[in-house]
Design a protein around this ligand. Structure first.
Ligand SMILES: CC(C)(COP(=O)(O)OP(=O)(O)OC[C@H]1O[C@@H](n2cnc3c(N)ncnc32)[C@H](O)[C@@H]1OP(=O)(O)O)[C@@H](O)C(=O)NCCC(=O)NCCS
Length: 182
Protein backbone atom coordinates (compact mmCIF):
# COMPACT_ATOMS: atom_id res chain seq x y z
CA UNK A 1 0.00 0.00 0.00
CA UNK A 2 1.36 3.42 -0.93
CA UNK A 3 1.62 5.90 1.90
CA UNK A 4 1.26 9.59 1.25
CA UNK A 5 1.00 12.66 3.41
CA UNK A 6 -2.07 14.81 3.01
CA UNK A 7 -3.08 18.11 4.60
CA UNK A 8 -5.70 17.76 7.34
CA UNK A 9 -9.08 18.18 5.71
CA UNK A 10 -12.80 17.47 6.00
CA UNK A 11 -12.72 14.20 4.02
CA UNK A 12 -10.83 12.35 6.75
CA UNK A 13 -12.23 14.19 9.73
CA UNK A 14 -14.66 11.41 10.71
CA UNK A 15 -11.80 8.88 10.72
CA UNK A 16 -9.64 11.28 12.73
CA UNK A 17 -12.48 11.69 15.25
CA UNK A 18 -12.89 7.91 15.46
CA UNK A 19 -9.19 7.55 16.26
CA UNK A 20 -9.42 10.19 19.00
CA UNK A 21 -12.54 8.50 20.38
CA UNK A 22 -10.53 5.29 20.76
CA UNK A 23 -7.94 7.14 22.84
CA UNK A 24 -5.33 7.74 20.14
CA UNK A 25 -3.34 10.94 20.71
CA UNK A 26 -1.42 12.78 17.97
CA UNK A 27 0.66 14.50 20.67
CA UNK A 28 3.27 12.25 22.29
CA UNK A 29 4.05 14.50 25.25
CA UNK A 30 0.50 14.51 26.60
CA UNK A 31 -2.79 12.82 25.80
CA UNK A 32 -4.83 15.31 23.77
CA UNK A 33 -7.46 12.85 22.51
CA UNK A 34 -10.34 14.09 24.71
CA UNK A 35 -9.68 17.80 24.27
CA UNK A 36 -9.23 17.48 20.50
CA UNK A 37 -12.40 15.42 20.19
CA UNK A 38 -14.37 18.04 22.12
CA UNK A 39 -13.00 20.85 19.95
CA UNK A 40 -13.62 18.90 16.74
CA UNK A 41 -17.23 18.18 17.68
CA UNK A 42 -17.86 21.76 18.80
CA UNK A 43 -16.67 23.34 15.53
CA UNK A 44 -15.11 21.08 12.87
CA UNK A 45 -14.04 23.94 10.57
CA UNK A 46 -12.36 25.88 13.37
CA UNK A 47 -10.70 22.69 14.60
CA UNK A 48 -9.20 21.97 11.17
CA UNK A 49 -8.09 25.58 10.79
CA UNK A 50 -6.39 25.39 14.19
CA UNK A 51 -4.53 22.20 13.26
CA UNK A 52 -2.81 23.86 10.32
CA UNK A 53 -2.53 27.37 11.69
CA UNK A 54 0.90 28.78 12.42
CA UNK A 55 -0.39 31.43 14.77
CA UNK A 56 -1.68 31.07 18.29
CA UNK A 57 -0.25 28.93 21.03
CA UNK A 58 0.26 25.31 21.91
CA UNK A 59 -0.09 23.84 25.38
CA UNK A 60 2.93 22.01 26.74
CA UNK A 61 2.94 18.90 28.94
CA UNK A 62 3.14 21.17 32.03
CA UNK A 63 0.24 23.40 31.01
CA UNK A 64 2.41 26.29 29.78
CA UNK A 65 1.19 27.96 26.62
CA UNK A 66 3.90 28.90 24.13
CA UNK A 67 3.72 30.47 20.66
CA UNK A 68 3.52 28.04 17.76
CA UNK A 69 6.63 27.78 15.61
CA UNK A 70 6.36 27.69 11.83
CA UNK A 71 5.11 24.18 11.16
CA UNK A 72 3.61 21.73 8.71
CA UNK A 73 0.99 19.24 9.87
CA UNK A 74 0.22 16.27 7.65
CA UNK A 75 -1.98 13.22 7.99
CA UNK A 76 -0.60 9.82 7.02
CA UNK A 77 -2.84 8.31 4.37
CA UNK A 78 -3.08 4.93 2.62
CA UNK A 79 -6.64 5.36 1.39
CA UNK A 80 -7.71 5.76 5.00
CA UNK A 81 -6.49 7.93 7.86
CA UNK A 82 -3.40 6.30 9.42
CA UNK A 83 -1.83 8.90 11.70
CA UNK A 84 -0.29 12.32 11.98
CA UNK A 85 3.15 13.83 11.54
CA UNK A 86 4.28 17.34 12.38
CA UNK A 87 7.37 19.26 11.34
CA UNK A 88 8.27 22.51 13.12
CA UNK A 89 11.31 24.69 12.77
CA UNK A 90 12.80 28.12 13.33
CA UNK A 91 13.77 30.09 10.25
CA UNK A 92 17.49 30.25 9.48
CA UNK A 93 18.70 27.87 12.16
CA UNK A 94 18.62 24.21 13.06
CA UNK A 95 18.24 25.15 16.74
CA UNK A 96 14.92 24.74 18.56
CA UNK A 97 13.58 26.24 21.78
CA UNK A 98 14.30 23.93 24.71
CA UNK A 99 10.61 23.10 25.14
CA UNK A 100 10.33 21.61 21.61
CA UNK A 101 11.12 17.90 21.47
CA UNK A 102 12.62 17.71 18.00
CA UNK A 103 11.73 19.03 14.58
CA UNK A 104 9.49 16.10 13.71
CA UNK A 105 6.97 14.13 15.77
CA UNK A 106 4.62 11.40 14.58
CA UNK A 107 2.00 8.94 15.74
CA UNK A 108 0.32 6.12 13.84
CA UNK A 109 -3.10 4.78 14.87
CA UNK A 110 -2.79 1.33 16.48
CA UNK A 111 -4.65 -0.50 13.68
CA UNK A 112 -2.23 0.79 11.02
CA UNK A 113 1.03 0.00 12.80
CA UNK A 114 3.75 -2.45 11.74
CA UNK A 115 3.37 -1.65 8.05
CA UNK A 116 6.32 0.73 7.71
CA UNK A 117 4.06 3.77 7.73
CA UNK A 118 5.97 5.76 10.35
CA UNK A 119 9.24 5.26 8.47
CA UNK A 120 7.59 6.23 5.18
CA UNK A 121 6.05 9.34 6.74
CA UNK A 122 9.36 10.37 8.30
CA UNK A 123 11.19 9.98 4.97
CA UNK A 124 8.57 12.10 3.21
CA UNK A 125 8.87 14.78 5.89
CA UNK A 126 12.67 14.76 5.67
CA UNK A 127 12.18 15.75 2.04
CA UNK A 128 10.12 18.75 3.21
CA UNK A 129 12.95 19.76 5.54
CA UNK A 130 15.48 19.34 2.75
CA UNK A 131 13.35 21.60 0.55
CA UNK A 132 13.65 24.25 3.27
CA UNK A 133 17.43 24.03 3.07
CA UNK A 134 17.91 22.01 6.25
CA UNK A 135 20.68 19.41 6.00
CA UNK A 136 19.58 17.59 9.15
CA UNK A 137 16.76 17.61 11.67
CA UNK A 138 16.50 16.67 15.31
CA UNK A 139 14.15 13.82 16.16
CA UNK A 140 13.69 12.60 19.73
CA UNK A 141 12.26 9.52 21.36
CA UNK A 142 12.22 7.94 24.77
CA UNK A 143 14.73 5.19 25.49
CA UNK A 144 11.64 3.04 26.25
CA UNK A 145 10.34 3.53 22.71
CA UNK A 146 12.35 0.93 20.81
CA UNK A 147 9.95 1.05 17.84
CA UNK A 148 10.32 4.79 17.33
CA UNK A 149 14.06 4.41 17.72
CA UNK A 150 13.99 1.86 14.87
CA UNK A 151 12.02 4.32 12.77
CA UNK A 152 14.56 7.08 13.42
CA UNK A 153 17.65 4.92 12.91
CA UNK A 154 16.06 3.38 9.82
CA UNK A 155 16.04 6.89 8.36
CA UNK A 156 19.72 7.38 9.18
CA UNK A 157 19.33 9.00 12.60
CA UNK A 158 22.47 9.17 14.73
CA UNK A 159 22.19 9.37 18.52
CA UNK A 160 23.74 12.57 19.85
CA UNK A 161 22.85 12.55 23.55
CA UNK A 162 20.20 11.70 26.09
CA UNK A 163 18.69 13.77 28.85
CA UNK A 164 15.98 13.60 31.51
CA UNK A 165 12.78 15.31 30.51
CA UNK A 166 10.10 16.33 33.05
CA UNK A 167 7.31 15.07 30.76
CA UNK A 168 8.69 11.53 30.96
CA UNK A 169 9.81 10.77 34.52
CA UNK A 170 11.97 7.67 34.78
CA UNK A 171 12.74 7.60 31.05
CA UNK A 172 15.73 9.08 29.26
CA UNK A 173 14.91 11.18 26.22
CA UNK A 174 17.17 10.31 23.27
CA UNK A 175 18.19 13.04 20.82
CA UNK A 176 18.99 12.00 17.24
CA UNK A 177 20.11 14.00 14.24
CA UNK A 178 18.67 12.70 11.01
CA UNK A 179 20.22 13.73 7.68
CA UNK A 180 17.73 15.03 5.13
CA UNK A 181 19.94 14.11 2.20
CA UNK A 182 20.25 17.78 1.31
C1 LIG B 1 6.29 4.54 16.99
C2 LIG B 1 5.22 4.40 15.92
C3 LIG B 1 4.98 5.73 15.26
C4 LIG B 1 5.72 3.37 14.89
O1 LIG B 1 4.76 3.32 13.83
P1 LIG B 1 4.75 2.13 12.78
O2 LIG B 1 4.12 2.66 11.53
O3 LIG B 1 4.14 0.93 13.40
O4 LIG B 1 6.29 1.89 12.55
P2 LIG B 1 6.93 1.06 11.36
O5 LIG B 1 5.93 0.07 10.83
O6 LIG B 1 7.53 2.06 10.40
O7 LIG B 1 8.03 0.22 12.13
C5 LIG B 1 9.27 0.72 12.44
C6 LIG B 1 10.18 -0.39 12.82
O8 LIG B 1 9.79 -0.92 14.08
C7 LIG B 1 9.48 -2.30 13.95
N1 LIG B 1 8.29 -2.53 14.76
C8 LIG B 1 7.11 -1.93 14.60
N2 LIG B 1 6.27 -2.35 15.55
C9 LIG B 1 6.96 -3.25 16.31
C10 LIG B 1 6.63 -4.03 17.44
N3 LIG B 1 5.41 -3.98 18.01
N4 LIG B 1 7.58 -4.82 17.97
C11 LIG B 1 8.81 -4.87 17.41
N5 LIG B 1 9.18 -4.16 16.33
C12 LIG B 1 8.27 -3.35 15.80
C13 LIG B 1 9.19 -2.52 12.49
O9 LIG B 1 9.47 -3.86 12.11
C14 LIG B 1 10.16 -1.56 11.86
O10 LIG B 1 11.46 -2.09 11.85
P3 LIG B 1 12.29 -2.21 10.50
O11 LIG B 1 12.33 -0.79 9.95
O12 LIG B 1 13.60 -2.70 10.93
O13 LIG B 1 11.51 -3.11 9.64
C15 LIG B 1 3.88 3.87 16.49
O14 LIG B 1 4.14 2.71 17.23
C16 LIG B 1 3.18 4.90 17.36
O15 LIG B 1 2.43 5.73 16.87
N6 LIG B 1 3.43 4.85 18.67
C17 LIG B 1 2.84 5.81 19.60
C18 LIG B 1 3.35 7.23 19.35
C19 LIG B 1 4.86 7.29 19.34
O16 LIG B 1 5.53 6.60 20.10
N7 LIG B 1 5.39 8.17 18.49
C20 LIG B 1 6.80 8.42 18.38
C21 LIG B 1 7.23 9.31 19.48
S1 LIG B 1 8.95 9.69 19.37
Amino acid sequence: MTVTLVPPGPDLLDQYAAALAQGWSPDNTRDVSAEQLAALRADPDAFLAGLVSNSGTITLWDGRKVPKLPSIRRWIFDGDFCGSIGFRWQEGTEELPDYVLGHIGYAVVPWKRRRGYAGAALRLTLAEARAKGMARVMVNCSDNNAISRRVIEGCGGVLERSFDHPAFPGEAELVFWVPTGG
